[in-house]
Ligand binder design. Structure first.
Ligand code: CDP
Ligand code: MG
Length: 734
């Protein structure tokens, strides 16, 4: 849940990507290359016509501000060492002028809502001010972030400014990675990790201040935190709460927190021209690339920021941009492409902050993360295709999906604002003014109203909150979704008939995992295959970034991947054999290379596995290995995932056993051609169809054995007795 913008491909990526590249390359170099001619002429095939609608007015006097900016840069560059430059830079942030006033306000009030433009210094400066003012003597200063990339990168920056290593005075904590120590006094963490900390420390006793940052994002975990910290503030008069937000509708936060005062930090805002495409764009990725090249060849210097929906799209755009600029050589200036998304390794993430050399132009390809969580200096042009990836959830079917959705007007305004931070800018919207006016919602629906609540309900229950219907939510989740979560936790044995947490439920809550995974891990102890299940769980935790298939070695890669599925063992066991192969070969990169497995993901799986094993130890799950007994391992998986089962239909599709709906095996699955009669799956994703991802065959008898309260013997027998056409349902038929 934490990794909002990850993984799920929303189109069958390979074909689609190939298609894009084909289309793109048709546009470049349409003039035949003559002998001896080194470069292509610059041809922009399908230019996009934009119309300027309005100017998002800034509140600065341009001439005066240009002079001010010059002075600011001068003061910064006068500093002698890098460290002093950083300190000088801190003093030039809009926030700095309000340092004393803010500290006074915090001293006088327990809860304050802080509003300020993105980049004014809220996230990096406020925790430092509090530290400098002595708050850290009474306890840590915590600051939550909705995204893990932001938590890491902000901690790195603040550590630089404080002059320490990350993990010492300044640290961060994200799921499966704690980079903090006893010394840590300023701690950035994801909102999800803050909730986890509450399980061990329900009153946040070790903190003197908690800043709930990026409150306007209204993520599920942030919303739940609101309710919890509001309560903590009542019985801990010494703790300070700061609720900080980038948007102006802070009144809602203030109202919720018993009329907490609003502290407004005026930022510097330059005017931004807003341009709309004249006609709707059939392919916004293509349009974004063309627009980038138009800017690059015609507009004055300044970096470009493109908002895309996820890793696949970012990679495709990067490829397209490279294709299109290849061979243009000195006809155009250098284009530096810098992607940023949640799964990008952190050393590469740092590239987005590097200063662009004179004559070159940087193009940052970013997910929503660059909307408000990260400030990138030097952006003058924003390209906004108008989409983001959002989860949606149907409590009726239990189907959770990440789908590409139009952004809200509020989001679009934030995106445009990124162009006017240090000078006047332009925002190219790849949709029409009419779409903006008629099709976009005013605000994004809070995540709590469109997601599965299993995890959160389990956490709230273990925090002793029994009456969820009356929990103080800022915007309550749909009742059906709450019921569904309660029902699922009951089916898993985490809650009893009265809706109270069971002993099992308490153990499940110890794991930072979805309830189904937690149940699987705990059950594997009694079922004596916990070593294997720890691995399966870790591999599932990495997401679908384990295998890779380079375009030029497709057949080799596919054969290598097939080897892991030998014997049609199912995807879960295939993941297990990937991990074991990696370990048996000394975690070597050559093994990864030969098997077309991403080493980075394997390292992460290793880290996650260590943590799961640590938690198993703490919750007294014995570590037992039973590698040869495939049925046993699958049964243990089913102990958590009996909820996610489907059986084959005459028409070759599948139907989920409970809450029936038609689903299909994802083509990436090793089971896609095997088509067993009964399967369990890790997740349902909606792409071109409703797909089950990570699939293994099961024996339906197990269901009755594992979850007698959920499946009746008769129900399963009836389903199993149906006749199937020949050649269908090859695997175990009970
Ligand atoms: O939180 P807010 O949007 O108000 O601003 P911030 O994240 O504290 O950023 C303040 C300044 O720190 C930005 O203008 C960036 O120049 C700088 N910064 C950076 O260089 N690298 C980061 N990872 C984060 C911030
Ligand atoms: Mg911030």
């Amino acid at each position: 849940v934490e990794d909002d913008e990850e993984a799920t491909p929303w189109k069958e990526q390979e074909n689609w990507e190939a298609d894009q590249i084909k289309k793109a390359s048709m546009g470049v170099g349409t003039k035949d290359r003559k002998k001896g001619q080194k470069e292509y002429d610059l041809v922009l095939p399908d230019q996009i016509e934009f119309i300027t609608d309005m100017v998002m007015a800034g509140d600065v006097d341009l001439d005066a501000e240009a002079e001010e900016e010059r002075k600011r840069q001068e003061r910064i560059s006068e500093a002698e060492t890098e460290f002093e430059k950083l300190q000088a830079g801190r003093r030039e942030l809009p926030m700095f002028k309000y340092r004393e006033e803010l500290l006074e306000a915090i001293a006088a009030h327990q809860i304050i809502v802080i509003v300020g433009e993105t980049g004014s210094g809220k996230t990096t400066q406020i925790p430092q001010y509090l530290h400098e003012a002595g708050y850290s003597k009474a306890g840590k200063i915590g600051c939550t972030q909705p995204r893990r990339v932001a938590a890491m990168s902000v901690a790195a920056r603040v550590a630089q400014e404080v002059g320490c290593k990350v993990g010492h005075e300044v640290g961060y904590s994200i799921r499966f990675e704690d980079c903090s120590s006893d010394k840590t006094v300023i701690k950035y963490m994801t909102d999800g990790m803050c909730l986890r900390e509450l399980l061990g420390e329900p009153d946040l006793a070790s903190y003197s201040v908690m800043m709930i940052d990026e409150a306007h994002e209204r993520t599920l975990h942030t919303d739940v935190l609101f309710g919890l910290v509001k309560d903590i503030a009542r019985f801990r008069p010494d703790i300070k709460l700061l609720i900080s937000s980038a948007t102006l509708d802070a009144q809602k936060f203030s109202d919720y927190f018993d009329s907490a005062p609003i502290f407004n930090i005026p930022g510097r805002r330059y005017p931004v021209d807003i341009l709309y495409s004249k006609a709707p764009e059939a392919n916004y990725l293509e349009a974004a690339v063309v627009t980038t090249l138009m800017i690059h060849t015609r507009e004055p210097p300044g970096d470009v920021l493109i908002f895309l929906t996820g890793q696949e799209e970012i990679e495709a755009a990067e490829e397209l941009l490279k294709q299109r600029t290849r061979g243009m050589g000195s006809k155009i200036g250098e284009l530096i492409i810098a992607p940023i998304y949640a799964n990008l390794p952190s050393d590469l993430q740092a590239r987005i902050f590097e200063t662009t050399p004179v004559g070159a132009r940087k193009v940052v390809l970013a997910t929503n993360i660059a909307e408000t969580s990260l400030t990138i200096d030097g952006i003058k042009y924003v390209i906004d295709p108008g989409f983001c990836k959002q989860n949606s959830y149907s409590p009726k079917t239990g189907m959770e999906s990440l789908i590409v959705t139009p952004v809200s007007k509020a989001s679009a305004m934030q995106r445009a604002g990124r162009a006017g931070r240090t000078s006047p800018g332009k925002c190219y919207r790849l949709y029409t003014l009419h779409s903006f006016q008629t099709e976009l919602e005013d605000n994004t629906i809070p995540e709590i109203q469109r997601t599965n609540l299993g995890n959160v309900v389990l956490m709230l229950k273990s925090l002793g909150i029994s009456d969820l219907m009356n929990f103080d939510f800022m915007d309550p989740p749909p009742t059906e979704t709450l019921f569904r979560a309660l029902e699922q936790l009951y089916a898993l044995g985490a809650l009893n008939d009265h809706g109270e947490l069971t002993k099992l439920g308490r153990r499940m809550a110890e794991f930072p995992l979805d309830p189904m995974l937690a149940k699987m891990v705990i059950a594997s102890g009694e079922m004596e295959c916990s070593e294997e299940i720890a691995t399966v769980c870790a591999m599932l935790g990495v997401g679908n970034a384990i295998f890779y298939t380079p375009k030029d070695k497709k057949v080799h890669a596919e054969n290598a991947h097939k080897a892991f599925h030998r014997g049609n063992v199912g995807d879960h066991l295939a993941l297990l054999s990937v991990y074991n192969g990696y370990k048996e070969n000394g975690s070597s990169s050559s093994w990864c290379y030969e098997n077309f497995v991403q080493q980075r993901s394997m390292k992460r799986a290793d880290d996650i596995r260590d943590q799961i094993v640590g938690l198993m130890d703490r919750t007294e799950v014995p570590l037992v290995s039973n590698l040869g007994d495939h049925d046993r391992i699958k049964k243990a998986i089913a102990a958590g995932f009996f909820y996610n089962t489907a059986n084959l239909q005459k028409n070759g599709g599948y139907r989920t056993v409970k809450n029936p709906q038609t689903v299909h095996i994802h083509p990436s699955s090793g089971m896609a051609e095997v088509m067993p009669r009964w399967v369990m799956y890790f997740e349902l994703v909606l792409t071109t169809k409703e797909f089950m991802r990570t699939v293994s065959d099961i024996n339906p008898k197990w269901l009755v054995e594992i979850a007698p309260h959920y499946y009746s013997a008769k129900e399963v027998e009836d389903l199993a007795a149906r006749k199937m056409p020949k050649n269908m349902g090859k695997a175990a038929d009970a």
